[in-house]
Design a protein around this ligand. Structure first.
Ligand SMILES: O=C(O)CCC(=O)C(=O)O
Ligand SMILES: [Fe+2]
Length: 186
């Protein structure tokens, strides 16, 4: 698992450079913060369920991360499209899925959206997934890149840190309060 975490960390550095470049930013934007940022590896196990249509493995959410790199053992991950339909992501052996999270939506001033996703369960076999969530350091605040704010694209989000997100979800009623990113919109 240690080698996997390291390899994925290197991959996320390269992906972040490409994503930043695609936004017209310097690929080295926030380089140190990306290199020394936080990596949370979530290993999810969803037991087989006799009545899978009655439940979900993980309810709909978006990740707080900049990017999440995910490996799934069998189908189950679903993404919400613009029309709010759920799309199932096929499982391909060894394939890594890259999802953008809340930090990227904020950094890009809304050019890129944090993907809403959920995990279903099935009646045949347990499902495993490994989600590697990459974000800046715990206390590092991130706001829209100044280069991406202009008259046509006004500042659309308040800055936040990973710690701010943790404070938000530590309340018991956070599910009823909705997605954290909604609280950041101007
Ligand atoms: O199991 C999955 O496919 C999704 C896991 C997930 O969304 C998460 O750990 O944040
Ligand atoms: Fe997730």
């Amino acid at each position: 698992m240690g080698n996997y975490a390291k390899a994925i960390h290197n991959l996320q550095k390269q992906l972040m450079e490409l994503i930043l470049e695609s936004l017209g930013l310097n690929p080295n934007y926030l380089q140190e913060e990306v290199e020394d940022g936080s990596q949370v590896l979530a290993v999810n196990c969803y037991p087989a369920c006799p009545e899978p249509e009655l439940t979900l493995g993980i309810p709909p959410h978006s990740d707080y991360s900049s990017i999440t790199i995910l490996l799934q053992s069998c189908p189950g991950l679903q993404l919400m499209d613009r029309d709010k339909n759920w799309l199932s992501v096929p499982a391909m052996e060894g394939a890594l899925l890259v999802q953008l999270g809340d930090q990227m939506e904020v950094l890009s001033n809304g050019r890129y959206k944090s993907v809403i996703h959920q995990a279903t369960v099935n009646s045949e076999k347990p499902r495993f997934s490994i989600a590697s969530l990459h974000s800046l350091a715990l206390d590092k605040k991130i706001g829209p890149a100044p280069e991406l704010v202009d008259e046509e694209h006004p500042l659309s989000y308040k800055e936040f840190s990973f710690q701010d997100f943790l404070d938000y979800v530590s309340g018991n009623d956070f599910i009823s309060r909705g997605r954290f990113i909604e609280t950041l919109k101007n």
